[in-house]
Design a binder for this molecule. Sequence first.
Ligand code: AP5
Length: 210
Amino acid sequence: MNIIFLGPPGAGKGTHAQRLMQELSIPQISTGEILRAAIREGTPTGLKAKACIEKGELVPDAVVIDIVKERLQQADCANGYILDGFPRTVAQAEALGTFAKIDAVVNFILSDDAIIRRLSGRRVCPKCGNTTHISALNGSTVCPVCGEELVQRKDDLPETVENRLKVYAEQTAPLISYYQARGLVRDIVCDGHIVDENHALVRQSLGLED
Ligand code: AP5
């Protein structure tokens, strides 16, 4: 199954894509993660993306379209994939339609308050990439998976989150009606804070058994 996870920053797209990837044995393709890796490695793509990401702006369409087009040609995508954070503009969706056939778009719905709570408490591991929330850490500051000191993403600072929400509303939310018109959208309301419960909603929306 070729799936798009669509939703505002902090909706849980990455969290649920990580789980579903293991359950279905298909890759998670997160353009955010690919771009952050390019920044860490100092590649030309990373240099182009850095300023945009740190301001909460989108990286230019042409850059991300090329990344995804190339990634979908790899062998591990042959049996399906989860696109996490792509497309994010109508131009990206139109480009995607020329090289991929999408089966379902899971639309994550939650309030701005819940988003701000999640992003202000999100911590990531710079070593193994694990994402967690301070509410699950019981005061610890190290990664529960590998023991490395956790960090906060620069784009999770309050002023950047505000801009990311604005950019989502203006440039990405129009994709909901774009894919509704194609009969692909499965809405899930995921304001709750219990990850297992939200994950059950994701699975149900895709017709997967519990
Ligand atoms: P990207 O990394 O894609 O960021 P995003 O879409 O803003 O999404 P996030 O990673 O912030 O959140 P998420 O929905 O994955 O939530 P998470 O699972 O971590 O993109 C970053 C930047 O890259 C963009 O701003 C842009 O500049 C650029 N970019 C990327 N793709 C692009 C594109 N296609 N075009 C142009 N530019 C692009 O969960 C959040 C937190 O909530 C975690 O701490 C989690 O533990 C916690 N949590 C608490 N309770 C729950 C629960 N019940 N369910 C899920 N999570 C929960």
